[in-house]
Design a protein around this ligand. Sequence first.
Ligand code: HEC
Ligand code: HEC
Ligand code: HEC
Ligand code: HEC
Length: 366
Amino acid sequence: MNTRTHPTFRLPLLAGVLLATALLAGCERPPVDTVQRGARGTGMVQVYNPRTLEAQQVKHTPPAEQPAIPATPGGPTASDVYQNVKVLGGLGVGEFTRLMVAMTAWVAPEGGCNYCHADDGNLASDAKYTKVVARRMLQMTQDINANWKSHVADTGVTCYTCHRGEPVPAQVWFKTPVDKQASRMAGSKAEQNAPALQVGLTSLPTDSFTPFLVDAKEIRTAGTKALPHENLQTTKQTEYTYGLMVHMSESLGVNCTYCHNSRSFGDWSQSTPQRGTAWHGIRMSRDLNNKYLEPLTNNFPVYRLGPQGDVAKVNCATCHQGAYKPLNGAKMLQGHPELAAPLQAALDAATTAATTAAAPAAAPKQ
Ligand code: HEC
Ligand code: HEC
Ligand code: HEC
Ligand code: HEC
């Protein structure tokens, strides 16, 4: 038989060539990007999918900034003009108003000023719970930026980092109710065999947050002592640890090797600097939940609380939302220096309040 291609075979051949060309053209952009994070051969590699990153770009882009207000040195401050300002009293009136406008855009663009302010138009009133919560949120934001630089550096956070234009941040967590029947059947009190999203649909305990981001349980799997009776690391503790680690990886959109060398997860000398940042992030999240959110529980209406009656709390995803740095590292705080630290006036007021409060206790001794 003649080896020349018969005309009827040419069409599929052409189609095949075109397909191959198309596939090759697709290869111009690699399906995934890999970034070496340690010596080659140690498995310290980070894998990114450029298409996922692109699709998320909008979510990680900060909103347009409110125009700056020219400072008027010696001009009236908010506490000169308004009746009920406890946190922002030291701000110039122009900057105060600018922040109110920004807060509205960051937290309640649909509700507007009245999402926090009383409907009767009295801006000094604390009638709505949202205003009381927002005042505490202002202090929390200043506290994060001033005292958790070990984690947020100078990038810092604003209300938008968590809220993204919504009154309730998209990523919060509640304590999960334990379904006694299911746990009995699955033989586990930790809801283990009801795979949950927050642990990447694995069969790990569903609530890895309470032990580590409210309580300060040890995040350990490996014992540091050789003898079995000295090694207090339990299987359950290991499972909770892995649950948290899955959450951390997913919140940041990274692999385990973003922080660890997988040949020795516990060894700090083989870990990346990011693991150190994450260590502080765990402590910061725990601090925010204990110092700000849990004490606000009774301020929230019941419909905002979780099935166990607890308040919505913060984890890594609340700020990060899938990015290695929230908003891909955008420095929104620079445009709002009033959120960078507690204002001096607030500090002074707190000192006065503390001295006044301390006085009666000291009195009897004199
Ligand atoms: C997310 C909640 C929130 C939104 C939205 C909000 N505010 Fe406020 N507002 C507050 C808080 C909290 C205070 C008290 C600040 C303090 O104690 O330092 C306050 C105080 C004020 C005061 C001082 C009133 C007084 O006499 O004590 C004015 C004026 C004000 N806001 C105006 C506005 C305007 C105008 C808007 C809409 C552009 C607005 N606010 C939107 C939370 C909010
Ligand atoms: C670290 C993350 C974080 C930051 C930063 C943050 N918030 Fe919140 N905020 C939360 C969480 C979590 C809740 C609880 C959600 C809920 O309402 O159940 C909340 C609740 C609120 C609520 C109550 C909303 C409602 O409808 O129940 C208001 C108002 C609010 N924040 C205002 C602010 C303002 C204003 C700022 C900036 C000064 C701010 N937040 C910064 C995490 C944050
Ligand atoms: C963003 C950084 C980061 C990522 C990503 C991360 N970890 Fe961790 N991991 C840490 C930190 C920080 C600790 C120590 C926590 C502490 O001591 O408070 C830790 C602790 C551990 C431990 C306990 C080690 C010991 O001393 O016993 C194990 C095991 C572990 N991680 C496994 C993983 C696995 C598996 C993944 C991927 C699913 C992962 N980690 C992803 C930061 C990270
Ligand atoms: C209050 C918001 C907030 C929370 C909650 C938070 N982070 Fe962050 N995180 C940030 C900010 C802001 C940065 C950027 C700091 C910078 O620019 O260096 C950051 C940076 C990081 C980095 C460094 C990334 C890099 O490549 O340099 C790691 C790792 C990280 N966070 C892990 C975590 C983990 C793990 C948790 C939960 C245990 C967490 N974060 C919770 C705000 C937060």
